[in-house]
Design a protein around this ligand. Structure first.
Ligand SMILES: Nc1ncnc2c1ncn2[C@@H]1O[C@H](COP(=O)(O)OP(=O)(O)O)[C@@H](O)[C@H]1O
Ligand SMILES: CC(=O)N[C@@H](CCC(=O)OP(=O)(O)O)C(=O)O
Length: 298
């Protein structure tokens, strides 16, 4: 062995021994990773994400991927001449839009992620809320407060749903198998309609139902930013609510932070918002002591 090879081997051994306590901490534990549409960068980043998920499974963790695809839905709607409209960070979803949402999320994006993980030698299985009666939704009833006038307005978002029932039978079965579930945030209602669910909300419901050890939100910003665009390392539930109320947290970050709060209230041990565009963000977050992103605490 050359001196260079020896140095590399020693470095690898050092990294492994540093990661070992973290790996043991998550052994047999459920980690839900929400992979946002904005975090899905180029092919190389996608492969790095898939490698992280495969490595989690190989380390004895039970990873569950819930993915989004907002920008990709927007691009498809645009191609079809349909304008995207958001209220309070949620897509206004009419009958035609929900068909396209299902096609893009449960179709192309879901299968792309499955293929990436499988290319790493693992067994991913692509699902949505409909599979195995996993999730049932109800029409979302949201209100939004105008920050200037403080007047509350009721939103009609069409076929936007809230997950109201999560059946863990299928996920429990998969946890005992070689399979890694990759789930699109589309679910049926008991009324027979198909509902478009914000992927953050969906991931929170899954993590809550499984009492996950960790819920990670991979997005395209380093975490929650303050008014001066500086990263906030840690936020209490109360502080997070205040930032939503004063408009510092806006757009897609609203459902994300609301989901963090609900997940913590339902017993998820830790919720982190972090930059999925940083290569190997998942592994670094779970298996090293670097503290990236914003940790939301009670
Ligand atoms: N205070 C804030 N801190 C960080 N990002 C914010 C904040 N307020 C609004 N945002 C916006 O929220 C976006 C992340 O939400 P979203 O677009 O839904 O991401 P994803 O598709 O990954 O779920 C950021 O790109 C940013 O534009
Ligand atoms: C109701 C609602 O807004 N649904 C989202 C679902 C996808 C999603 O949440 O994707 P990201 O995580 O990439 O934002 C949408 O239609 O865009």
């Amino acid at each position: 062995m050359t001196t260079d090879q020896l140095a590399t081997a020693e470095e690898q051994a050092r990294l492994l021994s540093a990661a070992l306590p973290y790996m043991q901490r998550y052994e047999n534990k459920t980690v839900v990773v929400k992979y946002g549409g904005h975090a899905m960068g180029d092919a190389e980043l996608g492969q790095a994400f898939a490698r992280d998920i495969a490595l989690l499974k190989q380390s004895g963790v039970n990873p569950i991927v819930v993915h989004g695809g907002g920008p990709q839905i927007g691009a498809m709607l645009n191609k079809m001449g349909i304008e995207s409209k958001f209220e309070g960070g949620l897509r206004v979803t009419d009958r035609k839009t929900v068909e396209i949402v299902e096609m893009v999320l449960a179709g192309s994006i879901n299968k792309e992620i499955v293929a990436l993980i499988n290319a790493e030698g693992e067994w991913a299985i692509g699902l949505c809320g409909k599979d195995g009666n996993m999730v049932f939704a109800e029409k979302a009833h949201k209100t939004i407060k105008d920050p200037d006038s403080n007047i509350e307005r009721v939103l009609d978002l069409g076929f936007v749903g809230e997950p109201v029932e999560v059946d863990r039978t299928l996920l429990d079965l998969l946890a005992r198998s070689e399979m890694i579930p990759v789930i699109a945030p589309v679910a049926p209602g008991r009324d027979g309609h198909t509902y478009n669910i914000n992927a953050d909300t969906f991931a929170g419901a899954i993590a809550g139902a499984l009492s996950a050890s960790r819920l990670l939100f991979l997005t395209d910003v380093p975490g929650v930013l303050d008014k001066d665009k500086k990263l906030i390392d840690e936020l209490t539930v109360g502080e997070a609510r205040a930032l939503i109320a004063d408009g510092t947290i806006s757009g897609g970050m609203i459902p994300k932070v609301e989901t963090c709060i609900e997940a913590i209230e339902r017993g998820v041990e830790g919720v982190v918002i972090l930059n999925g565009k940083a290569p190997h963000a998942v592994l670094l977050e779970l298996f090293t002591h670097h503290g990236a992103g914003t940790l939301i605490v009670p």
